[in-house]
Design a protein around this ligand. Structure first.
Ligand SMILES: NC(=O)c1ccc[n+]([C@@H]2O[C@H](COP(=O)([O-])OP(=O)(O)OC[C@H]3O[C@@H](n4cnc5c(N)ncnc54)[C@H](OP(=O)(O)O)[C@@H]3O)[C@@H](O)[C@H]2O)c1
Length: 273
């Protein structure tokens, strides 16, 4: 994996959201493994769980669903950027969560928090850091999802936030094509992490699909950065689903997704919501 990742040499620091678990934690581990002197700034509610020790991360406790907390965290990040050694920066907008069930599954507040964490926060963070990104050069990785390619009944808000992120990321990539800033939309399919449990699945449906691991997702993303690819869909099965989605009319995509998402385990839930 180290092969071809020499481009990281020119990077001096990384800003990540959601480095505390799953894909985000794997990003932190892999980046520190590839370049131990890289400084990592992390925003999430809990600290990255450093079971091996020695994972030096500058953590700022932040609930991204709170605009006030995010504003304070942005001031902290501006100060850290100003003090960081010269070199490129990598911004990874990774924090996100879903919720499984009929609207408004759990609560209306949870749906609105999801929009805040999955879409508003990345737009806010990226827009704030863009001048520094352009000055230093670097890259933005936005963690979208395979869910971005079709409407997702029973995860209606989640899929829509990811469709927003995919379109927004690609548009931003076009705007920045003359700047020294690369932009990547990372679109994983089912991946082993806390995501499904937090979304309210009783057992991870990822198992049924032989989910990719967070390590595979992160390696595909970093390799994609090296190859300057703008959309990364790790795993051939997920790429096949995305290709199929693109050729199907959008109503058919919604119908097919409803069938698949209901099949996963909703029968019981829907009878007794
Ligand atoms: N797992 C999958 O199958 C899959 C597939 C496609 C895309 N994704 C996307 O991948 C990203 C990472 O998810 P994951 O699979 O690694 O799940 P995860 O293990 O549940 O990690 C989610 C991360 O988001 C952070 N987060 C959640 N709510 C937050 C809040 N209010 N404020 C700040 N941070 C918050 C969490 O940190 P704290 O709890 O410490 O705040 C955690 O670090 C998400 O954007 C998700 O939508 C996942």
């Amino acid at each position: 994996m180290k092969e071809g990742l020499g481009f990281l040499k020119s990077y001096s620091f990384v800003i990540i959201t959601g480095g505390s678990s799953g894909i985000g934690l794997q990003f932190v581990r892999r980046l520190k493994e590839l370049k131990p002197e890289l400084t990592v700034f992390n925003l999430s509610r809990s600290k990255p769980d450093d079971e091996w020790g020695g994972l030096e991360v500058m953590h700022r406790q932040t609930d991204l669903s709170s605009p006030a907390e995010l504003d304070e965290a942005l001031q902290w990040l501006h100060a850290k950027c100003a003090a960081a050694p010269e070199g490129k920066m990598l911004l990874i907008n990774n924090s996100g969560f879903g919720s499984y069930g009929r609207l408004p599954c759990n609560s209306i507040e949870r749906q609105l928090d999801m929009i805040e964490v999955n879409t508003a926060a990345p737009v806010n963070i990226t827009s704030n850091l863009l001048p520094e990104l352009k000055r230093r050069g670097g890259a933005i990785i936005n963690v979208c999802s395979l869910a971005a390619f079709q409407p997702t009944p029973y995860m209606a808000t989640y899929g829509a936030t990811k469709a927003f992120m995919l379109n927004w990321t690609l548009a931003l990539g076009q705007e920045l094509k003359r700047d020294n800033v690369q932009v990547q939309a990372l679109c994983p399919g089912p991946t082993e992490s806390r995501f499904f449990k937090n979304a309210g699945f009783s057992s991870p449906p990822a198992k049924n699909f032989r989910a990719t691991t967070a390590a595979q997702v992160v390696d595909a993303s970093l390799y994609g950065l090296h190859k300057r690819r703008r959309v990364i869909i790790p795993g051939w099965k997920s790429r096949l689903v995305a290709d199929l989605c693109v050729i199907l009319p959008i109503e058919l995509r919604a119908t097919a997704a409803e069938f698949v998402l209901r099949k996963l385990r909703l029968e019981t839930y829907l009878k007794h919501p």
